[in-house]
Design a protein around this ligand. Structure first.
Ligand SMILES: [Zn+2]
Ligand SMILES: [Zn+2]
Ligand SMILES: [Zn+2]
Length: 339
């Protein structure tokens, strides 16, 4: 009677609200909480209107189709505000058809993700410990495999062996290459600069030489031709000039009575009586042989000796000439006589 009384207490409007909520898939308890009504009333109202115990067919279909879209049981239950066992009750068959597969995939994916995350964490720790100048990127699978890291300086990714990282101090190859390239470029620039300088110096030297050569241009004193040689334009002119000089000197000597043209071997022989003034022996005109048409004089043949040699300024004059054996003359050579 008490229940009946309670049931009677609620008006038609509340009943309608209860039925509405029930048809949306809410449980008795949830409807009680939502409308602040007794659960006996809710249960009775629902049962009286065909919504007791099980959910409406339409709602059931909705749940089934929602589940069939691939949602998990928990998701489905939450979506329709029902408990998981209730959801399972309505979704019998569907779970085994579609969800098992999805669940498997999800679990595999989650496991993979979990391991990947933990691997990455270990990788980050590993790189921090062994290669602080690098940043972990990916690929750490263990201490004996490889991993991808990023250089903190140049930011280039590189694949490195964990073993190498553990046992050696590894520096970035890219950075090294960059440094090498920089040095090479510097050296190259230096070399170019030096070459340039050397080239400029060479050009300067060339110009200097040409300038000097131009300054050197003058007329040859012999033939009057323009030349940049030292004095004469050619060897021929030089010889000609030397001969002229020699001749001029000879003429000068003649003019100064330093050369007496009358001095001959026979006249001197006659004057000195055929006696060598060096050894006092007699000179012999017959001391010669003829070979191949040439007269080759011997040691005792007479010769004209200059007491003061011509090379030392002696004159070719009667005062400075004496008869001497060819040999004695030769032995005396250019020496002044022993007085
Ligand atoms: Zn680097
Ligand atoms: Zn000349
Ligand atoms: Zn002699």
């Amino acid at each position: 009677m008490k229940q009946h009384y309670k049931y009677e207490r609620y008006d038609a409007d509340t009943k309608k609200k209860v039925l509405d909520l029930r048809s949306q898939g809410l449980k008795y308890k949830e409807i009680c909480t939502a409308l602040l009504v007794g659960d006996d009333f809710v249960q009775r109202t629902c049962q009286d209107n065909g919504l007791g115990g099980t959910l409406a067919q339409a709602v059931q279909d909705q749940i089934r189709s929602y589940k069939a879209q691939g949602h998990t049981m928990a998701e489905t239950a939450e979506h329709f505000g029902i408990s998981r066992p209730t959801a399972q009750k309505y979704c019998k068959g569907i779970a085994s058809q579609c969800h098992t597969e999805k669940w498997r995939v999800t679990v595999a994916e989650k496991t993979r993700q979990h391991f990947a995350e933990s691997r990455d964490e270990r990788g980050i720790a590993f790189v921090e410990k062994y290669a602080p100048n690098f940043e972990y990127v990916s690929g750490y699978t263990g201490k004996d495999a490889t991993l991808t890291v990023k250089c903190r300086t140049c930011g280039v990714d590189q694949l490195l062996s964990c073993n190498v990282l553990r046992h050696c101090k590894v520096s970035c190859k890219v950075c090294k290459q960059i440094e090498r390239d920089r040095l090479n470029a510097e050296r190259e620039a230096d070399r170019k600069r030096k070459n340039e300088e050397a080239h400029m110096k060479r050009i300067e030297r060339e110009a200097e030489r040409e300038r000097k050569a131009a300054e050197r241009w003058h007329e040859c004193p012999v033939c009057g031709e323009r030349t940049n040689r030292k004095k004469y334009c050619s060897d021929k002119c030089a010889t000609q000039a030397a001969n002229a000089n020699h001749e001029a000197a000879r003429r000068l000597k003649i003019e100064q009575n330093l050369i007496d043209k009358n001095i001959t071997l026979s006249s001197l022989y006659k004057k000195d009586g055929g006696v060598c003034y060096i050894c006092g022996g007699k000179c012999r005109y017959d001391d010669y042989i003829i070979r191949d048409g040439l007269k080759i004089t011997g040691d005792w043949y007479p010769s004209i000796d200059h007491v003061v040699p011509l090379s030392k300024g002696g004159a070719h004059a009667w005062t400075n000439v004496r008869l001497a054996h060819r040999r004695c003359n030769y032995l005396k050579s250019d020496n002044a006589p022993l007085s």
